[in-house]
Design a protein around this ligand. Structure first.
Ligand SMILES: Cc1cc2nc3c(=O)[nH]c(=O)nc-3n(C[C@H](O)[C@H](O)[C@H](O)COP(=O)(O)O)c2cc1C
Length: 259
């Protein structure tokens, strides 16, 4: 599937995590488009997304804690599944999942990545996994309970690090595409908003690295970095700069080289 660059790029600025849903079921056309992106967006082999209708009530039970709120009344959820034998499985699942989330956002649907804090047993009953596969994250999907939290009407303030804390080397303002790409990453979602991504800017390339090898919140930083990769690529492409990804040795994650 070709990435719809403009609509996903625009969706970056509309997306926010939503945990309370109205229960309203998306209409057939919207549902079909979500089903289609789940089936067709397979940028790397080894990661896939599955739409689950009629979620078991237990899936989001227990998703509580200081930073985590119970997800309520979602009509659907999507499971992001990785083949644990595939290279870079966490990273490619983050990239794939964020594509599905941005398409949902573009369709006016609310979402929320949920990494560690959901019940695995009911998900296992609803999603059939092949040998070696694991569900690495899920997202509720539907319409926010509060009208003011719906996609497109949110006045969300982002709590994010400034770029000078994220860029390890190189000049953000050397080229327009570099700033656009990094501004698009800056507001990407990450587990507990930890923003683990760091960047090295070269002449025609940006390297994405993780800030630590330590894991936490039951979610790999590599998954967060996969999300960042898609945002970075969309920012570059919206400025007319297409590139290729090459995976690197952790804690470096991947380098995006402009063609
Ligand atoms: C991989 C991943 C896992 C997450 N897991 C949870 C979770 O278990 N529970 C939750 O309430 N939010 C979770 N979040 C949402 C983050 O807390 C949220 O993205 C972050 O605070 C930034 O806020 P925003 O998405 O509204 O911009 C997760 C986000 C990511 C990317």
């Amino acid at each position: 599937m070709e990435i719809p660059v403009k609509s996903w790029y625009d969706a970056i600025f509309l997306r926010h995590s939503q945990r309370r849903y109205s229960g309203e079921v998306p209409d057939d056309e919207v549902t079909a488009r979500i089903e289609k992106v789940c089936n067709d967006f397979r940028p790397f082999s080894g990661a896939r997304a599955v739409l689950v209708r009629n979620p078991s009530k237990d899936v989001f039970k227990g998703a509580v804690g200081e930073l985590f709120y119970k997800v309520k009344e979602t009509p659907y959820y999507i499971a992001f599944i990785g083949d644990m034998d595939a290279p870079n499985v966490q990273t490619i699942t983050g990239y794939l999942g964020e594509g599905v989330i941005l398409e949902a956002t573009a369709l006016g649907l609310n979402t929320c990545w949920v990494g560690g804090f959901y019940r695995r047993e009911p998900v296992m009953e609803q999603v059939s996994l092949k040998d070696g596969e694991r569900v690495l994250g899920i997202t509720p999907i539907g319409y926010s309970k509060k009208e003011t939290d719906r996609v497109g009407v949110s006045s969300k303030q982002y709590r994010r690090k400034n770029l000078d804390k994220l860029v390890l080397s190189g000049d953000v303002d050397d080229k327009k595409w570099v700033r656009t790409a990094l501004e698009a990453v800056r507001i990407a979602p990450s587990a507990a908003n930890r923003q683990p991504w760091r960047f090295k800017i070269d002449r025609d390339a940006i390297t994405v690295s993780a800030n630590s090898k330590r894991e936490g919140f039951n979610v790999s930083r590599k998954l967060d970095c996969g999300i960042a990769m898609l945002h970075l690529e969309l920012g570059a492409r919206v400025e007319g700069m297409s590139g290729d990804w090459k995976f690197l040795v952790y804690p470096d994650v991947a380098i995006h080289k402009i063609k």
